[in-house]
Write a protein that binds this ligand. Structure first.
Ligand code: 6PG
Length: 246
């Protein structure tokens, strides 16, 4: 994985850096009178980020109305389900923000539709972003990384890894025996900025693999990323412990 690694002393320092980057991009969009389009990562790591952003949310230095949030991926569950990435974002940040700012947009995936229809519907909604090669260009895509090297809901040996035409796809993940929905590799590749977030000891082995040893091994979906813009990995000390020289 050809990402530039930055190691932080703690997960708190890491999320503060991610939040600062997001706020900087939103302020820049405000100055340029446009929207800042951000794809949020799934899983549990973003919870720390949302909690930090919620503390900052009531400062008036963040023009939230210039931010448009999307989900980089979603589980095929109702939007109020405990496993839903949307539900996590709502519970830890957006419910609070909407009470005070009532202009913050986060786009839920229509998981009441079939997986294919939900993916098609979200792809359609992504057509409001600036486009390149008929696919959306995000200002920032936040991604997690799994111990098998998956990112978003692009898991090893799944069909979505081969997607080249659509921006958001339904992906049956056999090892989880469930449907997922995910942005595709071409959309990730053409984002202006990508940050992979890795916190905790459970990420040690996969980070060593994809940053130190097997940087191009296609068995790891993160290695399919060929970023055209800024590509970074933010890891805390625990996650980066096995990386040589760190
Ligand atoms: C998901 C994610 C997935 C996640 C990684 C890391 O919906 O689960 O999109 O790619 O980001 O598995 O998850 P953690 O943050 O829980 O370690």
């Amino acid at each position: 994985m050809q990402a530039q690694l930055t190691i932080f002393s703690s997960d708190k320092a890491l999320v503060e850096a991610v939040a600062s980057r997001m706020i900087q991009l939103i302020q820049q969009a405000h100055a340029e009178q446009r929207q800042c389009n951000i794809a949020l990562s799934g899983g549990s790591t973003p919870k720390r980020l949302y909690e930090y952003l919620r503390q900052r949310a009531h400062n008036n230095d963040i023009p939230w109305e210039h931010a448009h949030f999307f989900l980089g991926d979603e589980r095929y569950v109702p939007n109020d389900h405990p496993d839903s990435n949307y539900a996590l974002a709502q519970r830890y940040l957006f419910d609070d923000l909407l009470q005070h700012k009532n202009k913050v947009a986060i786009e839920a995936v229509a998981t009441h539709l079939s997986p294919q229809q939900a993916a098609q519907d979200y792809s359609q909604r992504l057509s409001c972003l600036p486009q390149k090669n008929h696919l959306p260009v995000f200002d920032l895509i936040l991604l997690g990384i799994g111990e098998d090297g998956h990112t978003a809901s692009l898991f090893p040996d799944t069909n979505a890894l081969k997607e080249t035409e659509h921006g958001f796809v339904a992906n049956y993940v056999d090892k989880l025996k469930c449907w997922r929905l995910s942005i595709s590799i071409p959309v990730i590749n053409q984002a202006k900025q990508i940050i992979i977030l890795a916190c905790g000891a459970s990420k040690q082995t996969i980070l060593k693999q994809v940053l130190d040893e097997a940087k191009t091994d296609p068995q790891y979906p993160v290695n399919h990323i060929q970023a055209q813009g800024q590509f970074e990995c933010f890891a805390d000390k625990e996650a980066a412990r096995l990386i040589d020289g760190k």
